[in-house]
Each structure stands twice: as C-alpha cells, then as structure tokens.
Ligand binder design. Structure first.
Ligand code: PA5
Length: 424
C-alpha cells in the first residue's frame, strides 16, 4: 500500500550498517523495554483493539448520522488532528454529506468560538468532547461554552444523548463530569498517547460519524503491522525511512518537509507534524517537521526550497491513483493557449508537476527527496499510512536515544499561562 523510493537521496552512510541497532531497538519495542515503554499500547492495537467498543462506536456514529446536522469534535492536538486528517483526506474538503463536522476546542480564539456558536444556531447538534487528561484548557473552555448552548437548546436530559465523551476509562475531570451528567463514554487507553490515538475511539468515533468505514481503517493498520513486524531493512520500509531520516540529519538536514500534492491531505501534514514534532523534538535533538502542499506552495515556498539554505530534505507523499479525475477540455477558440493540455487528465498534469519538481529540487537544487507512494485514497490505505508513520516515528526517536512517547516541553507554556490566568 506504500512504496518507499529513496533513489533521489544521496546518503553518506549505508542504511544496512544500522541493521544491528535497528534489530535491538525493534526488539525493545516488541518486548516493551524501550524508553517510554508504558505508552506502547498502539503497537499491538490493530489486533488487540476492543471489539465491543468498536461495535458501540459504529452504533453511536449511525445515531449521530441519523439525527444530527452538525457534529462538534471538541479536542486539541492528538485528540483531534487524526480524525480531521482522515476525514478530510477520505471525504475531501467539500463532502457531499448532510452531516457537517466542525472542529473546536483547539483554540482560545474568541472570534472563532463566537462564530462557531452562531454557525450552529438552529441546527441539530451532537458534541463529542475528546480529552485524555480531561483538563486541557482549550478543550475545557470550548466544551463549557457548547455544553451550555446545548443544555439551553435541548435541556439536560436530551444532552445525555447529544454529548459523548472520549476520555480516560476511570480517572480525570472529564470522566467524572461525564458520569455525573450521564453522558455516554468511550475510552482512551492508558497506554496510548494522544498523537498515537487516531485508531482508538479518539479518531474512530468522528471518522465513523463522517460515514467512513472504520473497520477498513483498522484492517489497513493490521496489514501494516504484519508487513512491518520484521526488522529486516531490506523489507521494512518504516525502518528504512527512520534510518534514512537519521542519516540525513547527520548530514546537516535538520528540517523535513512532508509534501503532498493533494489539498485534502494538508491536515495529514498537520497530524504528521504533531506526531514527529512532539515525539522527536526533545533533549536538544530532533528534525524539525514542516509541511507543504504542492503545487500550491511552490508559489510561496518554492523559491526557498529551490535556492534557499540547504538545511532540509523533502519527503513527498504521492497518491498514485486519485479518488477523482477530470479530463481537460478542448476549446475551439483556445484564447487561453491551453489547448496543449486538451484531452489530458488533470491528475496526469499533477503527476508531471511532481516529476518536474522532483528533478528541480533534487538534481538542480540538491535537496534529498524521499518519495512515499500511496496506492490510493481509501480507508485501508489511510490505516496503513498512519501505522507506517507510527512505527517510523518510534524507531526514529529511539535511534536518537530519546523517549518517543512523552512531551514534557508542552507543560512550560501551560505553567506560565495558568499563572497569568490565576489558576489555583
Ligand atoms: O499527543 C499528545 O499527547 C497531545 O497532543 C494531546 O493529545 C493534547 O495535548 C490534548 O490532550 P488531552 O487529550 O489530554 O486533552
């Protein structure tokens, strides 16, 4: 489902020199002895997931689709990026659907919250509040505002149906609040961190509510798990990718751009940045993850990427078979001089842009380009892709001898903000 091509990367080391190190680190993931081993639940999740909960997710999602005009997904970071990346990638930016999904709880912008409240007026609204800790400020602020709105609109009794909490199974403020108010709950497993949680209820409930097949997402994850269970660098493309990144950073490439050619995958870039940024950026180490959507950003970032500081490499995520295609029409007047493309598919034009850019950036610009080919855009491929990145990310961070699964640095801004807000 994913093919990795590193023929546009010049490595000063042989990736196979890392085989022994990779074997050891792989074993430490499998044995659960690596750094951060309390948070390895994601590794076996494609086979160990709670089947009963999945059935409940599908059932509640069906109810949401039958009754709601709007689903508010209230969460931040790992508690929303995965779902949004999946829904936008798989349904597109203008889905033909009667259910609108709105993401909130990821900002304290008063204007954004005000406009969201105005936007949902008069619509039938369900709310899925998602927070592992249950205390995240952005999410808690939005949740109180929307909970008040829903209670005022429908009454407390009806809110037992309309508000659904995804949180810790037994602890935390949100869990307690949900229990006291009689909300239905889904569980974020103890041993799975936010940025590794898209294939748990965190992501699966909104994804299912959007009408997508969550069982197929898990099937893709299972397939990836099978394919990536052998650490052999000849076949394990996740570990190949991790080792190539590692060598490239040793060659002075401190920034990685994840590039897609599909606007509906921009959020995949946002999800990927959180995954790698929070996992790797610590102990004064790590590659800075950046993202761009081509060809759009070739008209903004293209100049820098072609001729600017050579501090980065590109990882291009190409969709081989697009979900939809169009044929460029002939025009007898040809006033725009575009007839040279008449009869060609638009996706073919996009692919030519990719190939032309690859040559420009690698051969002319000297930027290493890793190319990841994704078969097509569907649930199984999405599942395969996220699991591929999870495994690559864990290996990348372990190669740096850091803990992939904590994020101590995120607390610093919170402490300062709480002081200023007068939180006791
Ligand atoms: O990956 C992470 O752990 C974080 O990005 C969290 O997902 C994010 O901070 C939200 O936390 P919570 O789910 O506790 O509200």
């Amino acid at each position: 489902m994913i093919k990795l091509d590193y023929s546009h990367v010049d490595l000063k080391e042989n990736i196979f020199d890392y085989q022994e190190k990779v074997n050891q680190l792989h074993q430490s993931i499998v044995d659960k002895t690596c750094k951060g081993n309390d948070y390895l639940g994601w590794y076996d999740w494609p086979v160990n997931y709670d089947k009963e909960e999945l059935d409940r997710i599908v059932e509640v999602a069906k109810e949401i689709r039958e009754n709601a005009d709007v689903l508010l997904v209230c969460g931040i970071g790992g508690s929303y990026l995965g779902a949004r990346s999946a829904i936008e990638m798989l349904k597109g930016l203008y889905p033909d659907d009667s259910l609108e999904i709105i993401y909130t709880g990821n900002t304290v912008s008063s204007s954004h919250l005000y406009q969201t409240l105005k936007h949902i007026e008069g619509k039938s609204v369900y709310l899925n509040v998602i927070s592992k800790s249950g205390t995240t400020t952005e999410t808690a602020i939005a949740f109180r505002l929307f909970k008040n709105y829903l209670e005022d609109t429908y009454g407390k009794q009806e809110c037992k149906k309309r508000i659904i909490a995804t949180t810790d199974k037994s602890r935390g403020t949100l869990k307690q609040l949900a229990t006291e108010n009689g909300y239905r709950c889904f569980v974020i497993p103890d041993d799975i961190g936010g940025r590794f949680s898209v294939f748990t209820a965190v992501g699966l409930l909104p994804i299912a509510a959007s009408g997508l097949d969550v069982k197929a997402v898990l099937k893709g994850c299972q397939k990836a798990k099978e394919d990536l269970s052998n650490p052999d660098l000849n076949s394990n493309i996740s570990y190949q990718y991790a080792v190539i990144r590692h060598i490239l950073q040793k060659q002075g490439k401190d920034v990685e751009f994840l590039i897609t050619y599909e606007p509906y995958m921009t959020m995949v870039g946002e999800w990927w940045k959180q995954l790698f940024g929070e996992s790797e950026g610590k102990d004064g180490k790590g590659i800075l993850p950046a993202s761009a959507t081509f060809t759009t950003d070739l008209h903004s970032m293209g100049q820098f990427i072609q001729e600017g500081t050579k501090c980065f490499f590109e990882t291009v995520l190409v969709v081989d078979k697009p979900k939809y295609d169009l044929v460029f029409p002939n025009d007898s007047l040809n006033q725009d001089n575009m007839n040279y493309l008449a009869g060609k598919s638009i996706d073919w034009v996009n692919k030519m842009a990719f190939e032309g850019t690859l040559t420009a950036h690698y051969q002319v610009g000297g930027n290493p380009n890793i190319v990841l080919h994704l078969d097509q855009v569907d649930e199984e491929n999405y599942g395969y892709m996220i699991y591929f990145f999870f495994v690559s990310c864990a290996m990348s961070v372990l190669l740096l001898d850091s803990n992939p699964f904590n994020q101590p640095g995120v607390e610093v801004y919170k402490k300062n903000m709480f002081k200023l807000l007068g939180k006791i």
